[in-house]
Design a protein around this ligand. Sequence first.
Ligand code: FES
Length: 115
Amino acid sequence: MTAERALCRLEEIAEGAARGFPPPPGGFTGLLAVRRGEAVHVYVNACPHLGVPLEPMPHRFLDGAGRHIICSTHGARFRVEDGFCTSGPCAGDSLEAVESRLVEGLILVPADAGL
Ligand code: FES
């Protein structure tokens, strides 16, 4: 079985909101999670355009309507559901999705996600 790490409890992310997480120990790239009801979508926090973190300030990943993940550097927009970039300089690329599962309310991801 692959080692996992817990990001947080699902209830610690408000409905429709996003939250950022630091890299794993020894890693370089953080993660972000967006909650949609009882589901969560987790991605590596790196824009496919230049590889930089997406958010302009902690946990600020979404547009005003909460419909898209936005890259603050050049404004690329990504679908929450699958990370696909619908507009911007990396249109057609996708955020790197991270498999996650919920166990007793905890969001678990592979321990090496973000390494
Ligand atoms: S670095 Fe994200 S759109 Fe350019």
